[in-house]
Design a binder for this molecule. Sequence first.
Ligand SMILES: CC(=O)N[C@H](C=O)[C@@H](O)[C@H](O)[C@H](O)COP(=O)(O)O
Length: 222
Amino acid sequence: MKEVLNKLKGNLVVSVQPVDNGVLDKPEIVSLLSQAAVNGGAAGIRIEGVDNLLESRRHLKVPVIGIVKYDLDDSPVRITPFLEDVERLAKAGADIIAFDGTDRTRPVSREELVKAIHSYGCLAMADCSSKEDGDYCHSLGCDIIGTTLSGYTGGPVPEEADFDLISYFAEKGYFVMGEGRLNTFKDVKKAILSGASCVTVGTVLTRLEVMTEKFVQATKVQ
Ligand SMILES: CC(=O)N[C@H](C=O)[C@@H](O)[C@H](O)[C@H](O)COP(=O)(O)O
């Protein structure tokens, strides 16, 4: 499975997660957007939802990162919280399974999730919010440490991506996924120069409604 990491190294992953319940939020469309991203040079695809993964997987030769997301009543953890999710994502063909790697109230421990992911022969990616999350998840044997959740665990979401966290994980020698608010070519270059092993870009490429709204706002200059 380390060859999966070699394929991602120095390259771009596109996160294909259309706006929830939007018109593009359909397995066939997620599959087509994923194929288009690969045609444009993406070395990997991140997909949310088992049906989206199943439909896309059969058209994709590149590594696929699978997640599921929920809103739970008793936990702020949203990304792949349960062991059943891991099983379903693995059976749907994920090469890598990402989960919430934060130290927050959660239904299943991070340790159990990592063990389960590895038991299916998949790589484990920890979506982290802080240095401590990354260090702990790396100590559990996570193969990829992502900055995905930096800025999303409380307080206002910062404008910028967390380049300092990327640098910190890189200095520790982790396989670092720079992810979250990498919205421009400049951001991606800075993430790579900060030591990211790979970068993931989502919203600016695959959430058409969100990006359209920003352009619409830009017309309201006077
Ligand atoms: C915080 C959270 O739930 N992040 C999610 C994780 O899967 C996605 O909503 C993001 O789109 C993804 O991480 C890519 O980031 P960006 O869309 O900023 O390029």
